[in-house]
Write a protein that binds this ligand. Structure first.
Ligand SMILES: [Zn+2]
Length: 466
């Protein structure tokens, strides 16, 4: 094998396993051994993140996200503990060394630093959703479900326009301008000059083909079977699943507007009763989870998979409530991000659109400039009002900032000295840590889910009130 094939061997091995399970042909496993001997040494790389010159582009972030399924795929053959937990350890290391405010790690296209103006390539976002599903299959680690939701509802939604007609190549925590730039003017390891252009084919032309698997893969792996014949809701959202429990056929529908509402109502339909375990993932951000079966409360022991084993019948209903509070999370850069469950929130910024390349209506390439102030620090501490959540009516599309059904109110202070750098394509500094503290000019800030906007301030400098 050569080059990219050496880096992306895990997908090839996964297909060999699929074919082996159908045919029992031993030569497929021999071929796997040959592939492993020629491939990148991913176990070595994932144990330290130190690149080895014998591997092909191991720090390329899309290779990293795609290769994250190497350990779980190999585990199905080796059964070794190192393969069961290898990817979980790698996620931890990536977060420590390259973790960004939006939950994943930087990669432009190489793993970059932890600056709030570094980005994540759209291909990495969708590959990570797919790899996380593989890791979840062998680890049964409920925290991966939390990861899936954060990536889908905050990063994937932020990478595309609300109608999915356009996307950006890189998705950044903080980006106050979108459009074309002189190559080298942005802080990316690979700067193509149109990575922030809002376009049907921004940046290098890989994401425009790869992006389509993002939401379908999220939905495909919302539900999983358990090894003992049960069914598990591993990532939440409106969905329907059909499965067999012995002779019985069940269809279970999750009725919900999650993550924009906190209740999930699971309605059971079946042709006959059957006993099986039904598992619901309780997210770690929910401090008071509540679950009931046909109106009778069930004891919930914190985050993880809640297992309910009983005789299930047509008409049964499980109701889960995952209410949670808005929370400030500190980023590696020193900035903070407001999260509420899987949604990261961003300052509401007016976006002035300018067409760059006319295309058929609705598919234009365009740039965006901020039409309202963006240079705010967020105020935290006891003497100011807490972050307050406000609910609005659920619209047809929740990913538009004007009508999104969840907003958060906060207090902020304008940092007059924090400006765009010359050329107006990027900020002077990602997020300043020191500035004059003048309590008099505190302002009310409106925050919206970061996925509703292309321009965004998600990593805020902090003003600590007394
Ligand atoms: Zn790509």
């Amino acid at each position: 094998m050569f080059e990219w094939a050496r880096a992306r061997v895990a997908d090839q091995i996964e297909i060999l396993h699929w074919l082996y399970n159908l045919t029992d042909e031993q030569f497929l496993l021999d071929l796997e051994d040959t592939l492993v001997s020629q491939a990148n040494d991913w176990p070595r790389f994932f144990s330290s993140l130190d690149p080895d010159e014998t591997d092909f582009r191991p720090t390329h972030a899309v290779n990293v996200s795609q290769a994250m399924k190497y350990h779980p795929v190999r585990f199905q053959r080796t059964g070794q503990e190192a393969d069961r937990v290898g990817a979980l350890n790698a996620i931890q290391l990536l977060r420590e060394k390259h973790g960004l405010a939006l939950g994943m790690w930087s990669g432009t296209e190489t793993l970059a630093d932890q600056s709030d103006t570094q980005g994540v390539e759209l291909c990495s976002i969708v590959e990570q959703l797919l790899s996380n599903a593989s890791i979840l299959k062998v680890s049964a680690d409920a925290a991966l479900g939390d990861e899936q939701e954060r990536i889908a509802f905050s990063l994937l939604s932020a990478s595309m326009t609300a109608d999915l007609h356009q996307h950006q190549y890189y998705t950044l925590p903080n980006a106050i301008s979108a459009g074309q730039n002189r190559v080298g003017d942005l802080q990316f390891a690979d700067d193509h000059g149109d990575d922030l252009l809002v376009s049907p084919h921004a940046g290098f032309h890989c994401c425009c083909y790869n992006l389509h698997m993002g939401w379908p893969k999220y939905v495909q792996y919302c539900w999983m079977l358990t090894a003992d014949g049960g069914l598990a809701a591993v990532a939440h959202g409106p969905s329907t699943v059909s499965f067999s429990a012995g002779e019985a056929s069940f269809t279970i529908t999750a009725l919900t507007e999650y993550p924009f509402e906190d209740d999930i109502r699971y309605r059971f339909e079946s042709d006959q009763p059957a006993e099986f375990p039904f598992l619901v993932r309780v997210p770690a951000w929910c401090s008071r989870p509540r679950v009931s079966v046909n109106g009778v409360p069930v004891a919930v022991d914190g985050p993880g998979f809640l297992r309910i084993e009983r005789l299930w019948s047509h008409g049964d209903e499980v109701v889960a409530n995952f209410e949670c509070e808005p929370a400030l999370k500190k980023n590696a850069s020193g900035s903070v991000t407001v999260w509420r469950g899987p949604l990261a929130f961003s300052l509401r910024i007016e976006q002035n659109r300018r067409i760059v390349t006319p295309q058929p209506p609705g598919f234009e390439e365009f740039g965006l400039d901020a039409g309202s102030p963006w240079n705010y620090a967020i105020v935290t501490g006891k003497s100011v009002a807490d972050l307050s959540l406000e609910r609005r009516e659920m619209p047809a599309n929740p990913w538009r900032p004007e009508t999104t059904p969840l907003v958060i109110r906060a207090k902020g202070q304008r940092l007059e000295g924090w400006r765009m750098a010359e050329g107006h394509v990027r900020m002077e500094t990602p997020a300043p840590s020191k500035f004059k503290d003048e309590r008099s000019d505190l302002e009310d800030l409106l925050l919206v889910p970061c996925g509703t906007q292309t321009l965004r301030l998600t990593a805020f400098p902090v003003l600590e009130a007394e």
